[in-house]
Design a protein around this ligand. Structure first.
Ligand code: NDP
Length: 451
């Protein structure tokens, strides 16, 4: 007789906390998923007998390594790098690389865990992983960033490969960093292969990849609103962040007839009551990704706009909110403020930007709430399409990829409604995504037996 893991939810979470001391982000992510899965599998003995939930909450492996590099003043610097390979039941590990001083093993384990369900939801054959380093690219010269990326890949290259693990960009890792890392991988292995996504179009990158996450988050918003017979047109939007995801989300909101009021960075937010139009977005893209400037400069440049130092934008009244900066950037009080100011929908471009308490506020108030796991899955979906194009030695055009992205986001929305519909017209998208994402991975794991 097999031993069942029929423990109750608090006992299960006690075990997760005990095995991962001090890893609050990871524990938070597991808790958010596990509570929905517990209900779903309560009458499904096969998952219990195979200890599927316990196995999914334990990464396949966590690789941690030293990254030494020399700065422009010839000081030797030492950083820590990681790659978390969470689960490859349905395809090669896939997930971004983050360079930010806040990166820890806990943050990367949470991101790799979430990525597993997100990738499953896309319907494409991709497992879940995440990596990064506690390196801050801000204020570093191009040569310093290059030396760091090369040193990072000197260790990472032996753990990745087009059929093993395919990293991509994330916070602090954009086209420049991917280029340096791909170049070093190619030099070390003497192979040109699709080992990273988010590459430049000149060397195997996919069209639509830069836009995919932000556009996808807005397509997801559009699907959620349509489900309630509503639309993006003429809605006011509050957006946080001013990086890749935020600027492309802003762009798509405008294209669909909405008005964007805010953008932010870790220094504060700007509020532009006239609306941030395409010309202003292009200016921000140049400011952040080429000049590496601060969002505060926006208020010096555009009249009518104000900069709010050290503040987040959630007090600004709006119809829709898109957190597109980082994790835990929207707390319970801020969620309450959004609700009292009349927000109707929230679509997360970032990963886990709303705290568990904040999510609870949205659910209580029956606000349409699309978590990052599904709302920002457009990025990894087009990364999956970049892998297909690299394997097939082909490249698809912008129009075709745009259609594929729209279809993928509609497909993800449909799956979430299937498992998240509460029967009274309200859709619990968190539950829908958790169950739909889990089921595919869990069924694949069952097929493999105990491995
Ligand atoms: P970028 O590095 O391009 O931009 C990140 C933005 O968030 C910057 O404006 C940055 O400001 C701001 N930010 C970072 N940390 C903080 C903080 N602690 N407080 C306030 N603002 C902060 O990253 P992306 O746009 O690529 O990623 C944004 C989010 O989207 C992340 O959660 C990422 O995991 C998620 N995501 C990204 C995908 C992609 O395709 N790029 C795919 C799926 C999810 P500053 O300049 O001050 O650092």
């Amino acid at each position: 007789m097999a031993v069942s893991d029929h423990v109750d939810f608090p006992t299960f979470m006690e075990g997760v906390k005990r095995r991962n001391p001090g890893q609050t982000e990871f524990v938070q992510a597991v808790q958010e998923v596990a509570q929905d899965i517990f209900d779903f599998i309560s009458d499904k003995e096969e998952y219990h007998e195979a200890q599927i939930l316990r196995r999914i909450a334990e990464p396949d492996r966590v690789i941690s390594f030293r990254v030494c590099w020399e700065d422009d003043n010839h000081n030797i610097r030492v950083q820590r790098g990681w790659r978390v390979q969470n689960n490859n039941a349905i395809g090669p590990y896939k997930g971004g690389i983050r360079f930010h001083p806040s990166v820890t093993e806990s943050v990367l384990k949470f991101l790799a865990f979430e990525q597993t369900f997100k990738n499953s939801l896309t319907g494409l054959p991709m497992g879940g992983g995440k990596g990064g380093a506690n390196f801050n690219p801000r204020g570093k010269s191009d040569s310093e960033v290059m030396r760091f990326c090369q040193s990072f890949v000197n260790e990472l290259y032996r753990h990745i490969g087009p059929d093993t693990d395919v990293p991509a960009g994330d916070i602090g890792v954009g086209g420049r960093e991917i280029g340096y890392m791909f170049g070093q991988y190619k030099r070390l292995t003497n192979r040109w292969e699709g080992v990273l996504t988010g590459k430049g179009e000149e060397y195997g990158g996919s069209q639509m990849r830069p836009e995919a996450t932000g556009y996808g988050a807005v397509y997801f918003l559009q699907n959620m609103l349509r489900h309630q017979k509503n639309d993006v047109d003429r809605k006011t939007a509050v957006i946080s962040g001013s990086g890749n995801v935020a600027t492309h989300a802003a762009e798509k909101i405008i294209q669909l007839g909405g008005k964007v009021l805010t953008l932010s960075d870790s220094g504060g937010f700007i509020h532009d009551p006239d609306g941030i139009d395409q010309e202003k977005i292009d200016w921000v893209k140049e400011l952040k990704s080429v000049k590496r400037g601060r969002i505060s400069e926006y208020a010096d440049h555009f009249t009518g706009a104000t900069f709010h130092k050290g503040k987040r934008p959630w007090n600004v009244p709006c119809d829709v909110a898109l957190p597109c900066a980082t994790q835990n950037e929207l707390n319970e009080d801020e969620a309450k403020k959004l609700v009292s100011n009349g927000v109707i929908a929230v679509s997360e471009g970032a990963n886990m930007p709303t705290t568990l308490e904040g999510v609870h506020v949205f659910h209580e108030a029956k606000i349409i709430y699309g978590p990052g796991k599904e709302a920002n899955a457009g990025g990894v979906a087009v990364s999956g399409l970049e892998m297909s194009q690299n394997s097939g030695r082909i490249s698809w055009n912008h129009g075709k990829l745009g259609e594929m992205l729209t279809d993928l986001m509609e497909g993800i929305h449909g799956k979430c409604v299937e498992y998240g519909d509460q029967g009274d017209g309200y859709v619990d998208y968190v539950k829908g995504a958790n169950i739909a994402g889990f089921k595919k991975v869990a069924d694949a794991m069952l097929a493999f037996g105990v491995v």
